[in-house]
Design a protein. Structure first.
Length: 86
């Protein structure tokens, strides 16, 4: 379901909040959380290179431990978001 409405300032504020979180707080996010966040930005066509970089860097830095938190649907949604984000 979509609201068919975008609010760039809201997306901007949320992205800024996530990007500025200390790494230990990013550790509290699970695979579905990250998948939902990047999927939302890609679906709304709200660019946020810093957010996408933060999520990618965090998951990559944690390696297999982080990837184990993603189920197959989370992985697919995350990859789709990165492939389609503008």
């Amino acid at each position: 379901a979509t609201a068919k409405e975008s609010h760039p300032k809201l997306f901007e504020k949320i992205a800024h909040h996530i990007v500025t979180l200390p790494p230990n707080q990013l550790n509290s996010f699970n695979g579905q959380d990250f998948a939902n966040i990047v999927w939302s930005y890609a679906t709304a066509r709200e660019p946020s290179p810093e957010l996408f970089k933060t999520v990618a860097d965090h998951v990559a830095a944690r390696g297999n431990h982080a990837l184990k938190a993603f189920n197959p649907q989370n992985l697919a949604n995350t990859l789709w978001a990165y492939a389609t984000a503008k």
